[in-house]
Design a protein around this ligand. Structure first.
Ligand SMILES: Cc1ncc(COP(=O)(O)O)c(C=O)c1O
Length: 399
């Protein structure tokens, strides 16, 4: 008597990593973990202060919709960040705070999928954040994976998805800036998706949780609402975006994000959440207002990541096939041998943990786009990232 989707769930990438390393004997060197995408820069004090100053809020049930001030704050942030006309976002209907994007990315599938209709499909890039797959499978759909390959600029090429799949597609998850490739979708790529969504009537769930971690300070990543507005689509039909404070403000434990977009979709998601019951606690709302209203800590955050990309790329570029991404905090290089073997060797010989690329993706038509790649999360302090890069270089030089 279980949801049949469980039968197809795969172990989470970090479960696979634990199994791989269960009998490892790490080298006697200080361990450096660059496998998990958990931000480790210090949480700004003003955000912690806002939590402390508002703890009395624990004494009341928060509304599912969030209080007006957080919705107003999110509206202002969106309007400024994406140069949107003020009347395109009504904070009462186009915005909902969520307790981190992870739960919302999962819940949206259950809100929108009609599993009674014609063998439904969820489409995602490949590699992908595994929540998209679990959400689709547990909502009763099949999955269609679009390979994210170097020859397509490290972004999924949606123009290759057959029409019969789009006909069955009810939900498309996109991730820009992309985890793990760090690349950002263009206006043209968004417009292709708008055309397809109009033709086949599917919903686009745009995971933008890395939108504020980018390498070129002068060129923030384009967002899908901005692309829609530029294309004259002010009602954001069939679009829902997912944003998070976890990476932007170094608060992964605070569990704070928001969704925004299509009025009809947002009203249904709100209704769904009145049952689902995930409301943001009042003190987290206050801390989130403080965080979304302040940009200098985010500028500083980007500066720290940029320093790490510069230093690590200097060390690794001469020894491996690696590129500088546009955004995010991951490197996605090729490995000189099988990615799983390489990962194991890195622990046994150098005590550095990375994530095998093939753990983040599925094999499609004989190709696993993560095979012979690793994901390196530059989350440790600069000095540790430099040591880890030197150790990776050592390992490559001994192969
Ligand atoms: C692509 C992607 N989406 C969403 C999330 C979830 O982030 P949070 O739930 O902290 O907002 C992550 C976390 O690593 C991620 O990598």
């Amino acid at each position: 008597m279980l949801n049949p989707g469980f039968a197809n769930l795969q172990p989470y990438p970090f479960q696979k990593l634990s199994s791989l390393l269960v009998d490892s004997s790490p080298a006697a060197k200080i361990p450096i973990d660059l496998s998990l995408g958990e931000p480790k820069h210090p949480t700004p004090e003003f955000i912690l202060d806002a939590i402390r100053d508002n703890l009395q809020g624990a004494g009341k049930y928060p509304p599912i919709k969030g209080d007006k001030p957080i919705r107003e704050t999110i509206k202002s942030w969106l309007i400024n960040r994406y140069a949107l006309p003020a009347d395109t976002i009504d904070p009462d209907i186009n915005v909902l705070p969520v307790t981190g994007t992870r739960e919302a990315l999962f819940a949206i599938a259950h809100c929108v999928i009609d599993s009674q209709v014609n063998d439904p499909v969820v489409v995602t890039g490949n590699p992908f954040y595994q929540i998209y797959e679990g959400a689709g499978l547990l909502a009763g759909t099949s999955m269609w994976y679009v390979n994210t390959l170097e020859e397509n600029g490290y972004l999924p090429d949606y123009s290759n998805v057959p029409g019969h799949i789009w006909e069955r597609c009810q939900l498309l998850y996109i991730c820009s800036p992309n985890n793990p490739t760090g690349m950002v979708m263009s206006q043209q790529e968004y417009e292709l998706l708008f055309k397809l969504s109009d033709k086949y009537n599917f919903i686009i769930a745009a995971d933008e949780c890395y939108s504020e971690i980018y390498l070129d300070e002068k060129h923030p990543p384009l967002g899908i609402l901005q692309a829609a507005n530029t294309a004259g689509r002010r009602n954001f039909k069939n679009i829902i975006i997912f944003h998070s404070l976890s990476k932007r403000s170094n608060v992964p434990g605070m569990r704070s994000g928001f969704v925004a977009g299509d009025t009809v979709l947002l009203s249904k998601f709100y209704q769904y959440r009145t049952y689902h019951g995930c409301a943001m606690s009042p003190y987290i709302q206050e801390a989130s207002i403080a965080a979304w209203s302040e940009e200098s800590h985010v500028v500083q955050n980007r500066h720290l990541y940029r320093e790490k990309f510069d230093a690590v790329l200097d060390i690794l570029e001469p020894v491996m096939d690696i590129y500088r991404p546009q955004a995010g905090f991951y490197l996605w290089p090729k490995t000189p041998i099988d990615d799983v073997k390489f990962t194991r060797l890195m622990v046994d010989n150098e005590n550095v943990t990375v994530l095998p690329g093939s753990f983040t993706s599925r094999e499609v038509n004989g190709v696993n786009p993560g095979k012979n790649r690793i994901r390196i999360a530059l989350v440790a302090p600069l000095e540790d990232c430099i040591i880890a890069a030197e150790r990776i270089k050592n390992q490559i030089n001994t192969i």
